[in-house]
Design a binder for this molecule. Structure first.
Ligand code: ZN
Length: 160
């Protein structure tokens, strides 16, 4: 089989250009000005709603894939918000809505990512949802490469 006869299937290394657009037309991510994204198909390295649409595609194929929130970054969890006092942040830190922060979980000591949902006079509302939770994701993709993975790549579960 020649390399360009390959079609996307499990255990293959796929290279793909993609542009991710939200429902309001905002482009949140694109590989087009840089290197294509490379990943092992079938290993859950990209979001499930996108991965399952790639099977059978060949090099040079284009597709638009619309992924529902549930198959993307999940629905917004209303319990994943937390109000904290403004005073826990250093005064010189310029807080802005939408700003990403890393907080240390008091119980586990782990760093977790959060976003400022709202700034109130004395309090800050933090959102622990993924920033793309609840969003319908539209991917415009082009397959730019497909090759068999090495035994080592398959054993490690990622591309070398
Ligand atoms: Zn490795």
């Amino acid at each position: 089989m020649t390399p360009d006869a390959l079609k996307v299937a499990d255990d293959l290394v796929v290279s793909m250009h993609y542009t991710l657009t939200l429902d309001d037309g905002e482009v949140v991510d694109s590989s087009v000005k840089g290197d294509p994204l490379q990943f092992l198909q079938g290993f859950g390295q990209i979001i499930p709603g996108l991965e399952k649409e790639l099977y059978g595609m060949a090099i040079g194929d284009n597709k638009q894939v619309v992924v529902a929130a549930a198959d993307g970054y999940g629905e917004v969890d209303p319990d994943a918000f937390q109000v904290v006092p403004r005073s826990i942040f250093p005064e010189e830190l310029d807080l802005e809505e939408g700003m990403g922060l890393r907080m240390r979980d008091q119980a586990t000591g782990q760093l977790i990512e959060t976003y400022i949902a709202e700034i109130r006079p004395e309090e800050v509302l933090l959102d622990f949802n993924h920033p793309l939770a609840g969003e319908v994701l539209t991917f415009d993709i082009e397959i730019t490469g497909i090759r068999p993975a090495s035994d080592e790549e398959l054993a490690h579960g990622h591309v070398h």
